[in-house]
Design a protein around this ligand. Sequence first.
Ligand code: COA
Length: 209
Amino acid sequence: MPDLIQLSDRSDVTPGLRRDLVDCWVQVTRGGGAAGFPFPPVAENDLAPVLDALIARLRPDRERLLVALHGTVPVGWAHLSRDPNPLIPHWGAVNHLQTLPTHRKRGVGTALMNHARDVARDEMGLRRLHLSARSGMGLETFYERLGWREAGRWAKALPPAPDGTLDGTVHGGTLDGGTLDGGTLDGRTLDGRTLDGAPGEVLMVLTPL
Ligand SMILES: CC(C)(COP(=O)(O)OP(=O)(O)OC[C@H]1O[C@@H](n2cnc3c(N)ncnc32)[C@H](O)[C@@H]1OP(=O)(O)O)[C@@H](O)C(=O)NCCC(=O)NCCS
């Protein structure tokens, strides 16, 4: 099991740690991982400003970075945030989950996701989490094993692949064991957004925890 640390203030992020997080993101993306920049090639200069913006926004009640360490070396990380919309302050999102290609299948991703759920519920007071995952990469299976359920699927939710074949999926769930209540679960709309009715797209309810 990796050690897990949290960064909830920009002063928590040393220059060395920042470099390691960028390097991880570059390696993950170059390896074909969809952690925010799904279509390589990417350069450090593409990713570093995005990470810096995340770091600048860190606040315990709003945004945190969760980092998995092997020894002192970061081997994976994820970003946890509260929805900025004041009407839904109990909603949160997990973004950019990633594990270094050299450290996959050792429980790092699982540990980060479980930690994200605990921190969201117990420390940030969130009651519902979302994440977006690119379909066609087997990620649904990974998240479903962790208790997440597919809540919707529609075309063009994420930037399309150059060949236009990859669509986004959104997973969501309540943190108190309740039902997902934000959408009309008739397969047509979710949270006010109209679903693309492409064949094979599905909407599922989640009560993950
Ligand atoms: C998804 C990811 C974070 C998982 O990290 P990890 O540290 O390997 O996760 P774990 O070791 O906890 O894996 C748990 C299980 O999920 C499986 N799994 C992981 N990624 C998977 C994927 N993309 N498709 C199917 N199964 C996957 C593993 O095979 C493992 O199964 P096993 O225990 O039967 O061997 C990692 O594959 C990754 O960084 N991918 C690229 C970035 C990405 O796609 N991020 C998701 C953003 S939505």
